[in-house]
Each structure stands twice: as structure tokens, then as C-alpha cells.
Design a protein around this ligand. Structure first.
Ligand code: NAD
Length: 495
């Protein structure tokens, strides 16, 4: 069985830990690789490599850092097809969607190429007589990044280009379910000229994560994953004195007003509900239909669902399998829960006939109408191709529903009424909002992150907030003495 090793100091490192994780090909339903699981000595080795590389990387000129970032950007763009195949083989999403994920990650690399501008400080001449005050942004040191399975390339790219550009060194702990993308990226960064030890990959489970959370030389943690783990990461990292941003789960609602273009709504609900088999933190999982639209909208959605070709992502399909058998079975169990809670299963994805091996972790697109608000189907993040419909009487009822949810990652409104859309963007308690756009993932020069239980900590990913997260500011107050300096003064300078 092929082993996915760690990446430490610019080379593969099998590690000392004896434990291994299984990596599956979800479209075939077979184990394809095993991945090394770090023990304490492997954690120490990866952090030591990043610590050793830090002083000279911090002192590398902005011009050299940005040249490496540009080379990485060009190589990634040229070779992205290779990475997309790796993503599809381990995650299951179709190749075109894997390419889409890489493009969104590339945007952050583009953004990080502008690092000299983003790292500029401020300067006030003569803040007091003959005293100048200026600020500078310096890197933190070794930073830890812990990423989820659903975007094995894009989510690490939300953080490491910014962290590295700002002069930090990185230990990335990718998801153990699809660990090979991180290794491919590590090799590419080396090819782009990144010095050894600036980017390291540590594989594993809770042991590896806890090792980073506890390690005194790790200065910050950037985490993306489910809400219970995000909360644990936030609390533990903060308790250990680290800077932390922990992005959690989601349950994203699409509010449909009666004046909306229902064909656009149906296209958007299907694309945003079933793209990547619903394994996206910005997937739409609940359509909130303001009556009387539901009766017209549901047939339009079900009609489009019939056209979705489910199958092996390497073939010409629209939607791949779920990531593991366990996850597939968990998602499918919500269909039974819906039926027993009195909801109406309009399309049952368990009846799917996929274009792929029988052993694959298949579940077709599923549509459930009249989902009770008390049902787990409404209340929990399902993270699969299950789209719920909830009917409400008014805009106000829909807004109240969205605002009373535990999550606040993304939401969308579909309407032709500019006033209603403007009111929604003001009143809704969610971090990322789409207006007639179903998956409102901000471009890289804005920041990504939700509200409430979708983000613990006060910094979102990339954009200016990303640079702020990965730097610390020093303010210098300076006076170069001239012959006229005079006398004692125990108070603050007044002029
Ligand atoms: P997960 O929480 O199971 O795992 C995320 C990371 O945490 C992985 O690296 C994993 O190894 C590690 N981990 C798992 N259990 C742990 C534990 N007990 N202690 C310490 N570390 C642990 O998430 P996932 O299933 O890989 O990804 C899906 C989740 O991520 C969904 O909830 C989704 O909404 C969320 N997500 C959120 C965003 C966002 O931007 N808010 C983006 C992508 C995914």
C-alpha cells in the first residue's frame, strides 16, 4: 500500500509514528493509500524545521519573497490539471470542480503576490516636535494551519500564501481523508524556490492537531472544519496563548421572494445545493420559499435534478460520490429522519444509478419539502446532496428564521426588488451574502468568514484581515537628537 509521508525541511519524511490512516478512492470504494499519522516526535520535527527556517525567511527581502510567490503562481497555473486529478481521486468531486477549487486558491496566491504593498507600515513625521512615529508589520514565526477534507487545495491556499508572503513559516496539517494534495503543493513550492523548512506538512489525526495546539513555538492556528472541533481549537489555542482563527460549519439558507425569476432560482438552488455533492461550507442546504412560490419552484428544481449525471469524477459527470462510506451512510440517514418527522421526500437520492463502480459511496441529489423546523434535517449541518425546502408566509418570517439559526456562514436572497435586497443585506445576521448569487464566496482581496458558530475568533481568511492575522505590528517612536534638546520633563510631550 502506497504511503503518503510527511513533508519536513523540503523532503518526504516517513516519520516515527507507527499509526497509519486509510485513504480511499470514493468512486471505487476501495482503499488506495495509507497516510502516516504523526506522533510527538514527528510533531516536534516539523515544528523544529519551521522554527529553524524562520529567521532567514523573515529576513528575506520582500522582492525575493514576492518573486517566489510569482513563480509558484505560474507553476500552479501550468500544472493545475495534475492537482485536480489528485483531488478527484481522494475526495471524489468531478475534475472540473476540482479545477474550480484550484482557481479560487490561485486567486489568493495572486493576492499574496502583492505582499510588498500589503506589508507597508505607516509613518508620521513630527508627531511631537522632532519626534517621528512609525509602524511596521512583522511575521509571527511558526504558524499552524489545520484544514478539512472538502477543499484539500483551496482551504490551505486561503492561508499559507498569505502566511508565507508575510514572512512566517508553516506547518500544515491537512485532512487525513485526502492528504496528497498538500504533498503535491509542497513539492511545487520547493520547485518555485521556497527554502526548505518554510512550508511543512504534518499528517495525522487529533494527536497531530493537539501537538500543534500545545507546542510553544507555534504562534498561531488557522483552522477550518466542523463547528464542534472549531470551538475546541479556538478555546485550546487561546488558552495556550496563541492567535487563532477557527472557521466552523454552516447551514446556508436561500430566501426566495415571490417576485424572483424562478428559473434562475431553480438553476441556482441545484448548482449550489448539489455541486461537489453538497460537501461545501457555502452550499445552499435550505430553500426558504416565501409563499406562494414553493408550488411553482419545486417542480422546476426536481426537473433539473433529473438532468444531474452522478458518477466517477474522472468520467463526464456532474456530481461525484461522497468522501467516505461512513459519511455517505450518515447523510443518507437524514432521508429516513425527514420522512419520520413528517417531511415530504420529493426526490430520494438513494435511488441513484451512478456511472461508476458499484462499491462507490454514491448518493444522488435529494429534495425534501415541508421540513419541520424541529427536525434534525433542518437543524443540523448535513454536508451532503440533500436540499430542504421550508415554506414561510413573508419576508419577515424568512429573515427571522435565518437569523435564529446557530450558524451564520453564507446566505442568499433571490428577488427583483432592489429595496428588499438592500433591506436583507442590512438585516441578516450572516457573514457572506449573495443577491441573486447562490454561493457568495468573496474574491481573495476581500476576506472569507462567517458569523456566530461559523467562525470563532475575530479574523477571517485572506484579504487584508489575513495579512493582519499573520503579522504583528511594532510602533516605533524615534528622536534623533540635535544640539537644542533640552532639560528634564517628566510628563508626556505636549507639542
Ligand atoms: P472536521 O472538523 O472533521 O476536520 C477538520 C480538521 O480537524 C481535520 O484536519 C481533522 O483531522 C481535524 N480533526 C478532526 N477531529 C478532530 C478532533 N477531535 N480533534 C482535533 N482535530 C480534529 O471537518 P471535515 O469533515 O474535514 O470538513 C467538513 C466540515 O468543515 C464541515 O462542517 C464544513 O462546514 C466545514 N468547513 C467550513 C468552512 C468554512 O469556511 N467555514 C470551509 C470548509 C469546510
Amino acid at each position: 500500500m502506497k504511503l503518503v509521508p510527511h513533508w519536513v525541511s523540503g523532503s518526504e519524511f516517513a516519520g516515527n509514528g507507527a499509526r497509519r490512516g486509510e485513504v480511499f478512492d470514493p468512486a471505487k470504494g476501495i482503499q488506495s493509500k495509507e497516510v502516516a499519522f504523526a506522533d510527538q516526535s514527528d510533531i516536534d520535527a516539523s515544528v523544529a524545521a519551521a522554527s529553524a527556517a524562520f529567521p532567514s525567511w523573515r529576513d528575506t527581502s520582500l522582492a525575493k519573497r514576492s518573486a517566489i510567490m510569482f513563480r509558484f503562481r505560474e507553476l500552479l497555473d501550468a500544472k493545475k490539471g495534475e492537482l485536480a486529478e489528485i483531488i478527484t481521486e481522494e475526495h471524489g468531486k468531478v475534475v472540473s470542480d476540482a479545477l474550480g477549487e484550484i482557481s479560487r486558491g490561485l486567486e489568493v496566491v495572486d493576492f499574496a503576490c502583492g505582499l510588498p504593498h500589503l506589508l507597508k507600515g505607516e509613518y508620521s513625521e513630527n508627531a511631537s516636535t522632532s519626534i517621528d512615529v512609525y509602524s511596521m508589520k512583522q511575521p509571527l514565526g511558526v504558524v499552524g494551519i489545520i484544514s478539512p477534507f472538502n477543499f484539500p487545495a483551496m482551504v490551505p491556499m486561503w492561508f499559507f500564501p498569505v502566511a508565507i508572503a508575510a514572512g512566517n513559516t508553516v506547518v500544515l496539517k491537512p485532512s487525513e481523508k485526502d492528504p496528497s494534495s498538500a504533498m503535491w503543493i509542497a513539492r511545487l513550492l520547493s520547485e518555485a524556490g521556497l527554502p526548505d523548512g518554510v512550508f511543512n506538512v504534518l499528517h495525522g489525526d487529533k494527536v497531530a492537531v493537539d501537538g500543534l495546539l500545545e507546542h510553544p513555538e507555534v504562534r498561531s492556528i488557522s483552522f477550518v472544519g466542523s463547528t464542534p472541533i472549531a470551538q475546541y481549537i479556538y478555546e485550546t489555542a487561546a488558552k495556550n496563548g496563541k492567535r487563532v482563527q477557527a472557521l466552523g460549519g454552516a447551514k446556508n439558507h436561500m430566501l426566495v421572494l415571490p417576485d424572483a425569476d424562478l428559473d434562475l432560482v431553480a438553476d441556482s438552488a441545484v448548482n449550489a445545493g448539489f455541486g461537489s455533492a453538497g460537501e461545501r461550507c457555502m452550499a445552499i442546504s435550505v430553500v426558504v420559499a416565501v409563499e406562494p412560490v414553493a408550488d411553482d419552484l419545486i417542480p422546476k428544481i426536481s426537473e433539473r435534478m433529473k438532468q444531474i449525471k452522478v458518477g466517477d469524477g474522472r468520467r463526464s459527470c456532474d456530481m461525484g460520490p461522497l468522501v467516505t462510506k461512513q459519511h455517505r451512510d450518515k447523510v443518507a440517514s437524514y432521508i429516513d429522519i425527514a420522512a419520520s418527522d413528517g417531511a415530504e421526500v420529493v426526490v430520494d437520492g438513494r435511488d441513484v444509478n451512478p456511472d461508476g463502480d458499484a462499491g462507490g459511496y454514491w448518493l444522488g441529489p435529494t429534495l425534501i419539502d415541508r421540513v419541520p423546523l424541529t427536525s434534525k434535517v433542518y437543524r443540523e449541518e448535513i454536508f451532503g446532496p440533500v436540499l430542504s425546502v421550508v415554506r414561510v408566509a413573508s419576508y419577515e418570517e424568512g429573515l427571522e428564521l435565518i437569523n435564529s439559526g446557530a450558524f451564520g456562514n453564507g446566505t442568499a436572497i433571490f428577488t427583483n426588488d432592489g429595496g428588499a435586497a438592500r433591506r436583507f443585506q442590512h438585516e441578516v445576521e450572516v457573514g457572506m451574502i449573495g443577491i441573486n448569487v447562490p454561493i457568495p464566496v468573496p474574491v481573495a482581496y476581500f476576506s472569507f468568514g462567517g458569523w456566530k458558530h461559523s467562525l470563532f475568533g475575530d479574523s477571517r481568511a485572506h484579504g487584508e484581515e489575513g495579512f493582519r492575522f499573520f503579522t504583528q505590528t511594532k510602533v516605533v517612536t524615534s528622536r534623533w537628537l540635535d544640539p537644542s534638546h533640552g532639560g528634564l520633563n517628566l510628563g508626556f510631550p505636549q507639542n
